[in-house]
Design a protein around this ligand. Structure first.
Ligand code: PRP
Length: 185
C-alpha cells in the first residue's frame, strides 16, 4: 500500500471543515427532531466515520444500526444500478424516525434502492443525510435532506472513502492523483 502522501493530489475538505460541517448537520437534526428519537442507519462501510462523528454531536435520543449493500461489479468503480442487500438491519424500523447516513451519492442508485426497500417497512419518517454529493454524476434523482458538501466529479478518498479498501481512516477528504496511484499494489 502506498503512503497516502504519494497519491494525494490535493486535500479537498480538511479535518476542521469536516468537523465544523458535521456539527452543523447534527445541530440541524437536533432542531428538526427536538423531543423525538431517531434511528441512524449507516450504509457500510464508507459512512462509518461520518456517522460516528455525526452521532457524537447529537443531543436528541438516538440509536444506530448498519446495513450493507453491494452495487459495484468486482474491480469496477462505477455503480451498475444492480443494488442488492448483503447485510440487513437488526432493528425493526416500523414507526421509527429513520435517518439514512451515507458518505457519498454518485449515480444515486444505492440510496434510491435502499429508500425503496426501507419504505416498505413503514418507518414513521425517513430522511437522508449525505456527506458528499457528486451532483453531476446523478442517474436517478434522490432526495437529500441533510448535505455536507456538493463536490465536483473528482476521484476522492479518505474519511470513510476507500481506495481498494484502504485509506478510510484518513481524517480529510482528498483527491487521488491517478497518475501516481498504482492499483492493486
Ligand atoms: C459507495 C458509497 C455509496 C455508493 C454511492 O459505496 O458509500 O454507498 O458507493 O454510489 P451510487 O450513488 O453510484 O450508488 P461502495 O459501493 O464504494 O462501498 P463502501 O461504502 O463499502 O466503500
Amino acid at each position: 500500500m502506498q503512503d497516502y502522501r504519494e497519491i494525494l493530489a490535493e486535500i479537498l475538505i480538511d479535518e476542521n471543515s469536516l468537523k465544523k460541517r458535521v456539527k452543523e448537520l447534527a445541530d440541524e437534526i437536533n432542531r428538526d427532531y427536538a423531543g423525538e428519537q431517531v434511528l441512524l442507519i449507516c450504509i457500510l462501510r464508507g459512512a462509518l466515520p461520518f456517522m460516528v462523528d455525526l452521532m457524537r454531536n447529537l443531543t436528541i435520543q438516538n440509536s444506530i444500526d448498519c446495513m450493507a449493500v453491494s452495487s459495484y461489479g468486482e474491480g469496477a468503480r462505477e455503480s451498475t444500478g444492480n443494488v442488492r442487500m448483503t447485510l440487513d438491519l437488526q432493528t425493526n424500523i416500523q414507526d421509527k424516525n429513520v435517518i439514512l447516513v451515507e458518505d457519498i451519492v454518485d449515480s444515486g442508485h444505492t440510496i434510491s434502492h435502499v429508500l425503496e426497500m426501507l419504505k416498505t417497512r413503514k418507518p414513521k419518517s425517513l430522511k437522508v443525510c449525505v456527506l458528499l454529493d457528486k451532483v453531476s454524476r446523478r442517474e436517478v434523482s434522490v432526495p437529500i435532506d441533510y448535505l455536507g458538501f456538493p463536490i465536483e466529479n473528482k476521484f476522492v478518498f479518505g474519511y470513510g472513502l476507500d481506495l481498494d479498501e484502504f485509506y478510510r481512516n484518513l481524517p480529510f477528504v482528498g483527491v487521488v492523483d491517478l497518475n501516481r496511484y498504482n492499483q492493486n499494489e
